[in-house]
Design a protein around this ligand. Structure first.
Ligand SMILES: NC(=O)c1ccc[n+]([C@@H]2O[C@H](COP(=O)([O-])OP(=O)(O)OC[C@H]3O[C@@H](n4cnc5c(N)ncnc54)[C@H](O)[C@@H]3O)[C@@H](O)[C@H]2O)c1
Length: 340
């Protein structure tokens, strides 16, 4: 079965393409390389022994999206990763984010709606919950006002899909709310490739570990948590990738209970910033240079998932520990640096 993976050369997309090909799916990737490298195709091929079909174009170009779906009329499902994801940039350039994250979503849904049956998986985020009132966070927790245009694109994106599914019973969709994806493929062939200064904790840690960054700033140690630093749910990207295959199979096998469903994807375990640093030091044997600085605006105190719905309904569970994920991130960082 042929599956379109938009943004399939990116961090989560590339790991998902590997898992899809391992399960025998034929994958077509569309990516404009705005935040990825063409070399990722080699990595995917080296791991799976198969080179996915690749079409390089910008999905903001509506006629190209239309032509694509005409050419590939046999697409059985779409996993839509392509988006812009830098929170700070979204504050400075909101229209770029609304165009890329919502305009493109609309173009794809317009094409899927024309098909006799279509299966759609959307990359959403735990940012939709903001600072949730209760931990762990279930899918029933209310969506809180977004802190940034990026966060808003995930909330509105979910609403667009929900409203479209309501009036198009032939369209089936699942929104996956990721917690904090980290790590890299154990083969060392693909991983996260942040352009410029990393926005996320783990790539910043590993880049500091290899000496590319001088020091990690820990934003605040006076939060109401055990060690005073913020708590997140860090999930190994390979576990996350496997959840996409499980979600897609649920739709392809008509096992879904309604034509729009939402699942949290996390480990269910919260880890503080200091715990992540200690995990890095344990698996790398390196001492990390970090300092505590003031709080950063917009950071929630804690967010970790209640994963029961995904565990029971999707039959999927995250398997890797924080140490496993940190080890893979560290190995990947060393490979990237030695090849530069
Ligand atoms: N990484 C995270 O922490 C995280 C957390 C929650 C949700 N998400 C969401 O998951 C998805 C994938 O995230 P990622 O970390 O793999 O990001 P990424 O930037 O590594 O991958 C996105 C890919 O999409 C491509 N792309 C972007 N705009 C495009 C366009 N207009 N046309 C064609 N290709 C385009 C980029 O070149 C890139 O390869 C995004 O929707 C993101 O918002 C990510």
């Amino acid at each position: 079965m042929k599956i379109l993976v938009t943004g399939g050369l990116g961090f989560i997309g590339s790991h998902t393409v590997v898992e899809l090909q391992n399960e025998g799916f034929e994958v077509v990737i569309v990516d404009n390389l705005s935040n990825s490298s063409i070399n990722v195709l080699d990595g995917i091929e080296a791991i799976t022994g198969k080179r996915p079909i690749f079409e390089e174009f910008d999905l903001r170009h509506k006629p190209k999206v239309q032509d694509f779906f005409q050419k590939h009329a046999d697409i059985a499902g779409v996993i839509h990763f392509a988006a812009s994801k830098a929170v700070g940039e979204s504050v400075a350039e909101p229209l770029l984010y609304y165009e890329n994250n919502l305009g493109v979503l609309v173009y794809i849904l317009q094409e899927l709606k024309k098909k006799e049956g279509a299966n759609f998986i959307f990359s959403s985020s735990c940012t939709v919950y903001g600072q949730a009132d209760q931990m762990p966070i279930t899918e029933a927790a209310p969506v809180k006002p977004a802190e940034s245009p990026y966060g808003n694109t995930k909330q509105v994106g979910e609403e667009i899909i929900r409203d479209t599914c309501k009036v198009n019973p032939e369209l089936k969709a699942i929104a996956l709310r990721y917690f904090n994806p980290i790590g890299a493929h154990p083969s060392g062939k693909i991983g996260e490739l942040p352009i410029g200064v990393p926005q996320n904790l783990v790539p910043f840690i590993t880049q500091t570990g290899v000496g590319l960054r001088e020091q990690l700033s820990v934003f605040g140690d006076d939060y109401p948590t055990e060690d005073g630093t913020c708590i997140r749910d860090y999930i190994h990207v390979v576990d996350l990738a496997k959840a996409h295959v499980a979600a897609l199979q649920r739709l392809l096998e008509d096992k879904n209970e309604s034509n729009y469903e939402v699942f949290n994807l996390g480990t269910g375990k919260g880890s503080s910033v200091l715990e992540v640093i200690h995990s890095f030091e344990r698996v790398s044997g390196e001492k990390l240079n970090y300092k505590i600085v003031g709080r950063r605006p917009g950071d929630v105190i804690q967010a970790y998932a209640d994963t029961q719905k995904a565990n029971k309904v999707l039959g999927w569970k995250a398997k890797s520990s924080l140490d496993d994920a940190m080890k893979s991130a560290w190995e990947w960082e060393k490979i990237v640096r030695s090849s530069n």
